[in-house]
Structures are given as structure tokens and as C-alpha cells.
Design a binder for this molecule. Structure first.
Ligand SMILES: [Zn+2]
Ligand SMILES: [Zn+2]
Length: 191
């Protein structure tokens, strides 16, 4: 039975805890990602309230990554030197970076904030989050820094960065992240 005003079912409905609520927001942000690489969404929160969101893609006014806007993203499957490296010349801004920069753009404080990402943050985002004063990190999908960076010294430095945060942990169930998580909604309302 539907409520006339909002189309919401009446009666009690499951209510997510804050960790899951922020994760769902990060996943919704990710639906806007336009990158040929892994699509990621992030949300920054302070005192349990949303400060900003971000998803990965090219900067304002630049052609989208999917339209060939990023040389590194479009060439990395062909050029092994670009795969897993050359991040400094990747024009795509990461989701976590975009969330930090959106907070800066609109004058929102990140000191003492928490960040939830759909993917464990990379080395670069981790150092930037630390420098922005973010204290708590949550992410849905995990990966192994030793495997990703192929250099034990870099993996050790990643771990050292990680220990600077009060919280650095996986949240949610990766199995919930299916391709049709938002597909029905987006498909029905895309204009
Ligand atoms: Zn890209
Ligand atoms: Zn990153």
C-alpha cells in the first residue's frame, strides 16, 4: 500500500545505520563517474553529516575520460609504462580528491572529517586525505598494496600513512555492489 504523497510504502522500513547510509551515498556518487579505469565514489562527513561528495573523472571543462579526455586512461592497456604508474600525468581526478576539492571550493572544513569511499584509497589520495585533516577512512572494496605497487618499500609507506588515521577499515558487504544496484533507477530516469 502506497502513501499518496511520496509514493513510499507505509509502515516501518529498514533504516540503514550511518556507516551504510554514507556508503550508499558514495555508491550513488560513483554512478556519475566517467573514467575508463575503475569507477569510484566518495563522501566526506563531519559529525555524522555530509560535507561533500566526489567521483572520479576529468577536471571541469575538460573532455570526459570516456571521450578520450585522458591520455593515460586511454593508453594504459596498450602502454605498460602507463599501467599502474604515471599517476602524476593522469588528468583524471580521483573521487576522494574531488570530495576534498569540492569541500575546499565551497569552504567546508575537512579537519576532523571522515571519508567513505567505494574503493580503498590509493597512495596519493591517502596522503592528501591525511594532509586535509581527515581522521577516519572507510571503504567498501579492498585491495592489496603489496600486489598493487609491486614494491615492499612502497607498500610499507602506504601502511605508515594508513596508521596515521584513527580509523582505516572496510565497511559494508562487497557482495551488495552488483551492477544493478542503481541500474533500474538510472535506466528509468535517465534524460
Ligand atoms: Zn580516467
Ligand atoms: Zn586515489
Amino acid at each position: 500500500m502506497n502513501d499518496v504523497a511520496g509514493g513510499q510504502p507505509s509502515g516501518p522500513s529498514p533504516r540503514p545505520g550511518k556507516d551504510l547510509y554514507f556508503l550508499l551515498i558514495a555508491l550513488a556518487a560513483r554512478s556519475r563517474a566517467d573514467c575508463l579505469g575503475r569507477r569510484v565514489g566518495a563522501v566526506i562527513t563531519r559529525e555524522g553529516r555530509v560535507v561533500s561528495t566526489g567521483y572520479n573523472g576529468t577536471p571541469f571543462g575538460m573532455p570526459n575520460c570516456s571521450a578520450g579526455g585522458c591520455h593515460r586512461c586511454s593508453q594504459r592497456d596498450l602502454d605498460t609504462t602507463l599501467r599502474g604508474g604515471a599517476y602524476d600525468v593522469c588528468v583524471c581526478v580521483h573521487a576522494e580528491q574531488n570530495a576534498i576539492l569540492t569541500a575546499a571550493r565551497f569552504g567546508q572544513q575537512t579537519l576532523g572529517a571522515a571519508l567513505t569511499s567505494t574503493t580503498q584509497p590509493c597512495f596519493g589520495c591517502l596522503k592528501e586525505m591525511l594532509q586535509a585533516g581527515i581522521t577516519d577512512v572507510h571503504y567498501l572494496h579492498q585491495w592489496d598494496p603489496t600486489e598493487a605497487y609491486g614494491d615492499p618499500a612502497l607498500a610499507a609507506q602506504y601502511s605508515a600513512l594508513q596508521t596515521r588515521f584513527s580509523t582505516f577499515e572496510q565497511v559494508g558487504d562487497p557482495a551488495m555492489d552488483t551492477p544493478d544496484l542503481f541500474a533500474a533507477v538510472i535506466g528509468a530516469h535517465n534524460t
